[in-house]
Design a protein around this ligand. Structure first.
Ligand SMILES: [Zn+2]
Length: 257
């Protein structure tokens, strides 16, 4: 089905597309998989493929549920450990290695996280467009997030201006694409250079790039919505000076209307 952003992106490495489903389709919320490995001591399982985001880049890991032939359990934690994505299950009952399982994301939480992550990229794009400085750090929870910028000053008035600008970009309903870009191309792209993609280790090739078309482009492993309109509405809920040349913006994502 030709929904923009939902097709498997061009140039997606096949091994990634087949195993880390979140990297090519952020809207995959249920999936079938085979249990690859069981770590009973830790109460965790690795699956042949997964749609559960393992955390990273400031985006928290997903929560949800694993269901199998004679059992089911909440997934309380997901983390990448030595190249493998592990799912921690609540309770003593674990599926056997080789078992067929069904993964179900806590979709309300994940979708709110996607809206939040995209809102933070919009903030990056707006700050770059208006102030020509790049983000230096940040974090997010479902529905709230913060980013730091090397701005000379910060004020409640600037916070209000940023809120207006972010919501203008939401109203513009910009398309958001997941792309896999070869290093030679990525390292020559001014938009990616300004977001420091060229500092990512060379062996990572291609780079996964989130392109809010016409506003912001950055190398990113996280999950995003398809259009800025899907973010809803953003409120800037705090502005702080964390020292000379480090200003923090806090935002919250709320439903439009
Ligand atoms: Zn990001």
């Amino acid at each position: 089905m030709a929904v923009p952003g939902r097709r498997v992106p061009d140039n997606a490495p096949a091994a990634l597309a087949e195993t880390e489903l979140f990297s090519v389709d952020a809207y995959c919320r249920e999936f079938g998989a085979t249990v690859l490995e069981v770590d009973a001591d830790e109460g965790r399982v690795a699956l042949r493929r997964t749609a559960f985001y393992p955390g990273g880049g400031g985006q928290p890991h997903d929560l949800g549920r694993l269901v199998w032939g004679d059992g089911s359990a909440p997934i309380t934690r997901v983390k990448r450990d030595q190249g493998r994505i592990w799912h921690w299950l609540d309770g003593d009952h674990l599926p056997d290695p080789g078992a067929e399982v069904q993964g179900e994301l806590d979709w309300a939480r994940r979708h709110l996280t996607m809206r939040t992550h995209t809102a933070l990229h919009i903030l990056c794009g707006v700050i770059w467009a208006d102030h020509r400085v790049a983000v230096t750090g940040g974090n997010m929870d479902p529905g709230t997030g913060r980013l730091d910028f090397p701005l000379p000053s910060m004020s409640a008035e600037l916070g209000r201006q940023l809120e207006v600008r972010i919501n203008e970009e939401i109203a513009a309903a910009r398309e958001i694409a997941v792309e896999f870009v070869g290093r030679e191309v990525a390292d020559a792209d001014p938009a990616l250079i300004r977001t420091a993609a060229n500092l990512i280790p060379r062996e990572i090739d291609p780079l996964r790039v989130i392109d809010i078309v016409g506003l912001d482009k950055q190398a990113d492993g996280g999950t995003h919505v398809l259009s800025t309109a899907e973010v809803g509405r953003v409120e800037v809920v705090g502005t702080e000076s964390k020292g000379k040349g480090n200003k923090r913006v806090r935002l919250r994502v709320v439903d439009a209307g």
